[in-house]
Ligand binder design. Sequence first.
Ligand code: CDP
Ligand code: CDP
Length: 221
Amino acid sequence: MNIAIDGPAGAGKSTVAKLVAEQLEYLYIDTGSMYRALAWAVITKQVDVEAEQAVSDLLKQNHITLKRDTDNQQHIFWNDEDVTDRIRTPEVSKFASVVASYAPVREQMLVLQRELAVAGNVVMDGRDIGTHVLPDAEVKIFLTASIRERAERRLQELLQKGHQTDLAALEAEIAERDKRDMEREVAPLRQADDAVLIDTTGMTIPQVVERILEICKRSGE
Ligand code: CDP
Ligand code: CDP
């Protein structure tokens, strides 16, 4: 069985996808980290983010790999460089949604993502998993929450890491990114027709995980 989890920024996709994967002993694949790694490279290598061809070539000429480390955490590599801890900044988030709007970039990512899922029993999260990457996934979840709650979740995360930011700025950043993700021409963020919608506003992480596990159980019966 494959499980696709899509939704907007801060809906809780990666947190719950990881826990569901642990429970089921499935492989968790965070596709957002792949767009983030490319965005990190665009910034670091000073490639013009508006230059679609140059961004696509950068991806073509390098390698993005996901590896499970000794700590059992998923690490993402740009060639031989572990960039896991460098891709969670607001700047990378913004650039990720820009590079993710380019068709030649998405085509390459699609190939990589399907290769990663080829053995089955994966929990994959992103924006277009249920609609494009794994259209035949047995379970499709569309996670969402109010924008205020999603911004508050991000705020807590950033404060814990010692970053200074405010709720209004985060809300604006998330709204801008969601808009770009929903309005792009190629594989925009949208709920697949056969996906189950879960509004996680006011729900705890264990409650969301439990709900998804129930849906998986029902689908396997
Ligand atoms: O992957 P995505 O952007 O959808 O969200 P995330 O990074 O998994 O979750 C954002 C934050 O919300 C994390 O710090 C989670 O701990 C938190 N969260 C929450 O507070 N309540 C939930 N029901 C789900 C996530
Ligand atoms: O964690 P958060 O929800 O903030 O973002 P993410 O899942 O790490 O994804 C970062 C960006 O990559 C998104 O804003 C999308 O533009 C893009 N993305 C995408 O287009 N398709 C995917 N399957 C995953 C991410």
